[in-house]
Design a protein around this ligand. Structure first.
Ligand SMILES: Nc1nc2c(ncn2[C@@H]2O[C@H](COP(=O)(O)OP(=O)(O)OP(=O)(O)O)[C@@H](O)[C@H]2O)c(=O)[nH]1
Ligand SMILES: [Mg+2]
Length: 283
């Protein structure tokens, strides 16, 4: 973990930053999250303390989210970049936005997290710490022991979420073996294990795409409590559900064509990840 010298609270905005690579890039996709972006950035800044990090917001909003984000960035101790994709140029929806973030990120490891505070920023340091044990992916999981799915309202949504997870684990059996929450939107990934140019994501579940794309990568999971949305409305709906099912079938076909199907877990990664009582190595 790179420890920075303390910064003054009113640090230079992103465009004055010297451009050196940070230890961590936090990628936040946003669509109409105007009331969430300020409290989110404040908590991310607080949670990262002296970790050398940057924040990259990839925005597809039709409201004032990017303006608020840019304004908040000028008061942030972290370098915050806002990449607003104009209407009509937003390929891949949420998945495409995260891919754009991964492409532009400067850090060797990236965390992807939602903007609505369902993903507690206080977990960022743990994700980074676990990545130092050698894991290529560190997935914040609702379904591993100690995790909770508190934020999904209603029995119907919880059941749909569980069913979608089961469908993915069945369709992509070897690729997702041992991973309890492959649909998580909160995860860390080492950029060197990704081949970004071969990704063509669609829809909400980018982690699935990345795991299928990197069958050799090692994975650790960290439990967390998925909370209720802070403000605003969900962008997930029936349309996204259908996109998900179509994409799952395509990913299965792609995975079956690839020569290497099963995930390799290195002994080193396994043993060292085990040093953390709150994490679980994936086999
Ligand atoms: N850039 C971008 N971000 C998106 C898009 N759709 C959703 N998001 C963001 O992706 C994150 C997840 O979307 P949500 O609407 O919260 O989906 P969800 O968490 O499954 O649904 P809720 O539990 O109801 O919040 C949020 O930060 C959204 O603002 C999109 O098309 N483009
Ligand atoms: Mg959400």
């Amino acid at each position: 973990m790179t420890i920075q010298q303390p910064r003054t609270h009113l640090s230079p905005p992103a465009w004055l930053w010297d451009g050196g690579a940070p230890a961590l890039s936090v990628i936040i996709p946003t669509r109409n999250e105007a009331d969430n972006i300020r409290p989110l950035l404040a908590r991310v800044e607080n949670a990262l303390g002296r970790i050398d990090a940057e924040v990259l917001i990839v925005d597809d909003s039709d409201d004032v989210t990017p303006e608020i984000a840019r304004q908040a960035a000028t008061h942030s101790a972290l370098p915050v970049r806002v990449h607003a994709r104009p209407a009509g140029q937003r390929p891949g929806g949420l998945g495409g936005a995260v891919l754009a973030g991964l492409t532009q990120a400067r850090g060797p490891v990236c965390v992807v997290m939602d903007a609505d505070l369902q993903h507690p920023p206080e977990l960022l340091e743990t994700l980074l710490r676990v990545s130092h044990t050698g894991a290529d992916f560190v997935v914040a999981s609702r379904y591993v022991k100690g995790g909770r799915n508190q934020g999904l309202e209603g029995r119907y949504r919880r059941a749909v979420s569980k069913l979608a997870t089961r469908a993915a684990k069945w369709a992509l059996r070897p690729e997702l073996a041992g991973i309890s929450d492959p649909m998580s939107g909160f995860f860390l990934v080492r950029r060197s294990c990704l081949d970004l140019s071969s990704l063509h994501p669609r829809g909400f579940k980018l982690l699935l795409e990345l795991l299928v794309n990197s069958p050799q990568a090692t994975v650790a999971e960290v439990p967390y409590t998925f909370l209720a949305r802070h403000s605003g409305v969900s962008k997930a709906g029936i349309g996204e559900g259908l996109t998900y099912l179509r994409r799952l079938a395509e990913l299965r076909a792609e995975a079956r064509r690839a020569p290497q199907r099963s995930r390799r877990v290195t002994t080193t990664g396994h043993a060292r990840v085990n040093d953390y009582s709150h994490t679980r190595p994936v086999q």
